[in-house]
Design a protein around this ligand. Structure first.
Ligand code: NAP
Length: 257
């Protein structure tokens, strides 16, 4: 018997879990991506792209594809998808695990100001013009049009649509992981005075936080949203162990296959 699994992805952890499940005969897993990235990295398992159509759409998908377990491995800030997963899994009785990536912890030397939202981050930059590094998603850049006095450098995977952006914005297209020496060089060469970041956690994008610490630069840190979760697991291996338990609990068919 195989366990039909849906992974809600878009993260390093989801890709790691996908690689583990792709080589494991106990599971038939599908990876779901929101479709924000035009050329997502190739995955070793079947992948579907795009939203499900809210809670109803996800519940329908789970029923139509006879999904027996869901692992929510979305980004810590993808709170809507996680809320939909909790609701749709509750409605359909589908077991749900959530891969929760621990946040970065502030060091004594870190100069963080934690704010609740992107709009608050723009406001926290203050009235005097500064050189600001935005390490955010392309959809979040528009909030900084409310603070047009600053000079922005934004690092994004996909270019943003041109409408509604701050006037003095340069785009740097790059996908992590990044290393600390390169991050220090970038911040210093661009004479960055201040960073705006989410508390993504993990190592892939932590180097900018280390670089800011080394250069004594302030970081405006956008706080994590409250994300509804199912059974919490800490990494891809723990998710496999949880799925393995579900697999072992599947009643065998009469022929024992
Ligand atoms: P979100 O606000 O929680 O989700 C918005 C909508 O996008 C959801 O309601 C759902 O549409 C669709 N969606 C999100 N993740 C999906 C998935 N894995 N498969 C299918 N549909 C999905 O999430 P978001 O912040 O837009 O993030 C979108 C994706 O980018 C996620 O997969 C996330 O892991 C990844 N990501 C996000 C961030 C971030 O900072 N937010 C950073 C890096 C990567 P329907 O309601 O139509 O189902």
């Amino acid at each position: 018997m195989v366990l039909r699994v849906l992974i809600l992805g878009g993260t390093t952890e989801a890709s790691a879990l996908g690689r583990l499940l792709a080589g494991d005969m106990r599971f038939a897993a599908t990876l779901s991506l929101a479709g924000r990235t035009a050329a997502p990295r190739a995955q070793p398992l079947p992948t579907r792209l795009g939203g499900f159509g809210g809670i109803d759409g996800l519940a329908r998908f789970l029923a139509e594809h006879a999904v027996e377990a869901v692992v929510d491995a979305t980004h810590p800030y993808a709170d809507q998808m996680s809320a939909h997963a909790v609701a749709a899994c509750a409605r359909t009785g589908t077991p749900l695990a959530s891969l929760v990536r621990p946040p970065w912890i502030r060091h004594a030397e870190d100069l963080w100001q934690v704010v609740p939202s992107t709009a608050d981050a723009a406001n926290a930059l203050g009235p005097a013009p500064r050189r600001v590094f935005l390490s955010l998603g392309r959809q979040e850049l528009r909030a900084f049009a409310a603070a047009p006095q600053h000079r922005y450098l934004a690092r994004v995977i996909e270019p943003p649509e041109a409408v509604g952006l701050p006037p003095d914005l340069r785009i740097l297209r790059a996908r992590g992981p990044f290393d600390r020496a390169a991050e220090e060089k970038l911040l210093a060469s661009q004479e960055i005075e201040l960073l705006v970041s989410k508390n993504a956690g993990g190592m892939a994008t932590y180097a900018k936080i280390e670089a800011a610490r080394a250069l004594r630069l302030p970081v405006i840190m956008i706080a994590r949203p409250l994300k509804p979760v199912g059974h919490a697991v800490g990494n891809a291996s723990e998710a496999v162990a949880w799925l393995g338990q579900l697999h072992d609990d599947i009643p065998c068919s009469p022929r024992g296959v």
